[in-house]
Design a binder for this molecule. Structure first.
Ligand code: ADP
Length: 387
């Protein structure tokens, strides 16, 4: 039995075909330049290409695979608002609801929906399941998800913290519990997803109780090009006092800030490290700020949870940058976090416990696998529906 996972963006569409008997990837690929010169005209055409590639092994050099036992298609959807608290079988009303959430995710939900429509056309007669980036965080209590704003903005416009990367936080929290041979439903963890986008979550008994991203992915940690937390007064100070046009603020905070903005070098951690090693002080400063912000959230989430079993690192930076893990965890034995320097230095992209055996909080490096998580949630929903 197979599950196809689709991650549909505005100009590219990624797919992975899983054999669910062993969790192995049977085929994977990406279609780029959708709607651009040299590419396919739209998402429906992109999905037709996916079918052809799978059936006949066209283009990317991949060989044909048998998709006669394709059981379902799982779709990554960024924003599920408050309506979607778990993976959901897609029908016309679910499509309409994803569309209605567009104001909360104007850059993401429309291309996600275009992928869903194309795939329902290309793969008719099997269930399609939406797996939402926000769903895992819907267990947050209101004291954690509300902003200190007039309450009617929440009631009338859904202004609140939603959080993102939920599929990844859910996956690594459970995988870390499994790795440590613990029951994931009784496991407390602080999960750090550190990639281009970065977020942390406080997970109590397997459920998200707080997370650093907010209404949008801009809030929280400092990221590759996003500022993360700033004084909200900057949103009127900068246009008034510095003369940045209001219309440019969103782009500046999302695309020109963070590691890139501070260093002036790059949003990519590998390039930053090279520059820092060559003596660039702003590259070093950007890395210090990045780690310090995570350390602050770590302190906050240790206070939020009543006892923490594990601190989990994932994403390109979390999995590969040992120095950053060391900077975050150093000198925290009074909070129960004792890193094993050698193990930490050795961990590079593989699942590994990097804390000292005597550390009350286990520190775990856990490669994320959002596609596999989407496939597993899709299968679970389909089994539930049929069972
Ligand atoms: P995305 O968030 O787009 O999925 P990643 O999770 O790969 O991307 O995270 C990208 C960040 O991780 C970059 O800053 C990059 O420098 C860093 N990174 C990715 N792979 C490695 C690696 N093998 N060694 C060191 N840093 C890495």
């Amino acid at each position: 039995m197979k599950i196809l996972v689709i991650n549909s963006g505005s100009s590219s569409l990624k797919y992975q075909l899983f054999d669910m008997l062993n969790g192995k990837v049977q085929a994977r690929g990406v279609l780029e330049r959708i709607g651009e010169p040299g590419g396919v005209p739209d998402h429906t055409a992109a999905l037709t290409s996916v079918v052809n590639r799978l059936r006949h092994g066209e283009d990317g050099g991949a060989s044909a695979v048998d998709i006669s036992d394709l059981a379902a298609v799982g779709h990554r959807v960024v924003h599920g608002g408050e309506r979607f608290v778990q993976a959901t079988v897609i029908d016309d009303s679910v499509e309409a609801a994803i569309d209605a959430l567009t104001p909360l995710a104007p850059l993401h939900n429309p291309p996600n929906l275009a992928g869903i429509r194309g795939a329902r056309h290309a793969f008719p007669g099997i269930p399609h399941v939406a797996v939402f980036d926000t769903a895992f965080h819907q267990t947050m209590p209101s004291r954690a998800f509300l902003y200190g704003l007039p309450y009617e903005y929440y009631e009338q416009h859904g202004v609140r913290r939603y959080g993102f990367h939920g599929t990844s936080h859910a996956y690594v929290a459970r995988a870390a519990a499994d790795w440590l041979d613990r029951d994931s439903n009784r496991f407390n963890a602080i999960t750090c997803h550190l990639g281009n986008g970065c977020s942390m979550a406080a997970v109590r008994h397997g459920k998200s109780v707080d997370t650093s991203m907010g209404l949008t992915p801009l809030e929280g940690l400092m990221m590759g090009t996003r500022s993360g937390d700033i004084d909200p007064a900057l949103c009127f100070f900068l246009p008034n006092a510095v003369g940045i046009p209001m219309a440019d603020m969103e782009n500046m905070l999302n695309k020109q800030s963070g590691l890139l903005g501070v260093s002036g070098v790059s949003n990519d951690f590998r390039a930053l490290r090279e520059a820092a090693n060559d003596g660039n002080p702003r590259a070093r400063l950007a890395m210090d700020m990045f780690a310090y912000r995570i350390r602050k959230y770590l302190g906050a989430y240790l206070a939020v949870l009543d006892g923490c079993d594990a601190l989990v690192f994932t994403g390109g930076i979390g999995e590969h940058q040992a120095d950053i893990r060391a900077a975050i965890c150093g000198g925290l034995s009074h909070l129960g976090i004792i890193l094993d320097a050698d193990r930490n230095a050795d961990a590079d992209g593989q699942a590994m416990c990097v804390s000292h055996p005597k550390s009350p909080v286990a520190v775990v490096v856990m490669p994320t696998n959002e596609e596999l998580e989407i496939a597993q949630q899709t299968l679970a929903v389909v089994n539930r529906q049929q069972g």
